[in-house]
Design a protein around this ligand. Sequence first.
Ligand SMILES: Cc1cc2nc3c(=O)[nH]c(=O)nc-3n(C[C@H](O)[C@H](O)[C@H](O)COP(=O)(O)OP(=O)(O)OC[C@H]3O[C@@H](n4cnc5c(N)ncnc54)[C@H](O)[C@@H]3O)c2cc1C
Length: 472
Amino acid sequence: MKFGVIGAGVTGLATALELSKTGHDVVIIERDQTPMPKTHDEAFDWDRRGAPQVRHSHALLGRLHNILRDNHPEVLKSLLDNGVTEINLVDHMPETLDDRQVLDEDINLRMLAARRTTFEWVLRNTVMSNPNVEIRTGLGVTGVKKSEAAIPKVTGLYFDRGLNEDFDCVIAANGRRSNAPEWLRDAGIEAPDEVVEDTGIIYYSRFYRLPDGIELPVGDRLVAGDLGYLKYGVFWGDNGTFSITFATSDTDKTFWGIKDVEMFESVVDAIPAAKEWISLGATPLTGVHSMAGLLNRKRTLKRDSEVVVDGFHMIGDALICTNPLYGRGCSTGFWQAHLLANAIRDHGADTTAQSESFLLSVEQNILPWYQASVDSDRGSRAASDGEDDDMTIMKRSILKDGLIPATRSSAKVWRGFMKMMNLLADPSILTEPEISSEIMKVWADRDQRGPEPSLGPTREEMMDHLKLTHVS
Ligand SMILES: Cc1cc2nc3c(=O)[nH]c(=O)nc-3n(C[C@H](O)[C@H](O)[C@H](O)COP(=O)(O)OP(=O)(O)OC[C@H]3O[C@@H](n4cnc5c(N)ncnc54)[C@H](O)[C@@H]3O)c2cc1C
């Protein structure tokens, strides 16, 4: 079959990788003018206005690592050959765990650390080595062609400059700003309404490189924290690079000045875990990039359990996107590509059965993560708006004084939490009796144990540090 894949982000490339390996012809259409640079460092300067999030830190989770290891070892090898860092979480097991024995299943607890552009550059290099794949960059899709049938069928694409082309099947992997539902509507195909929930955050990231010969620090903690008014993360990258990301409320303007380099560095200076990395002699590679308008959104192409369109799939962020704080988008995008390729393999030219099968697997595998993001964001928003009810106060207390400390003391909780964070176990794993009982034991002991170690300054301390005026 001949597939048209819209978008050469992680999901579009992953889809092309999967489909081309099973003998299909794939044409990738990418609106950004991105000729292939010679090195990953040149790719860092790519003009990726169609995917501006590439300027931000990206965690690449265990699920993505495992899909590559099991299905695309040549991509994993090329990533490692090109300086991508493989993080074996067992190396970061807290010293204080009740059992530090490494289990066979821990082989799966591996993440990748890379600049998003390095990851994309390696993936694109590998995908383009398959002669079944063609890429057209600097060309935007503007609409879909369709033929009438009991279920309307997409038969091709319209591009800018008045061009068009026929395809046996079209896959829209064109990201969180995808206007695929409008293309369908213009062609007379009405997709069900999407569900959108704001994340309530603004993102700020800056990239750095360590001097030659200085290793990225390996400790028994991965560096991230939630100070309530500010969330932060320090991310390993590839080839001696790393990045620091802060997230603030998108309604409380107090800390919006973080988008200026001076204030960004002042905040870094006040957070020991971030300062530690900078003080290794890091050189900034970028200014501070900020990004707002971050949504949780789910779409579907099924109404009342019937698919509404044939020969057309939406995938990756175009179908489901979640709060970037949880670092799941590239992994769920790649995972969706894998699920779609399985549906296509299992159902051949029966495009309706393909869609049914793919959408069902998305409901089973991906939607629980959408729901987990939405639930977690609602909890954070209720806290910051002072609209907590007893249930959310209790949940937060169990998280802060039960789950988090239990990941440092109980091997079962540490392992369950790492599997969950890496999309290797369903979010409900933490409510399984043998894990939740450990969490509740630690929570019950909270008053005897005393306060948790500080992750950084309080809001008032940070305001004093930044010389911001307190408004009562
Ligand atoms: C601030 C931020 C931080 C993030 N951090 C993480 C993280 O730590 N870990 C993680 O896994 N995920 C993270 N994500 C999410 C991740 O970036 C996305 O989930 C991922 O990029 C989705 O990939 P995609 O291929 O579906 O879409 P995209 O990467 O957005 O790619 C879509 C592509 O389609 C192209 N396109 C759009 N319209 C057209 C058109 N009409 N014609 C042709 N081409 C078109 C665009 O130019 C773009 O290249 C983050 C997101 C944000 C916003």
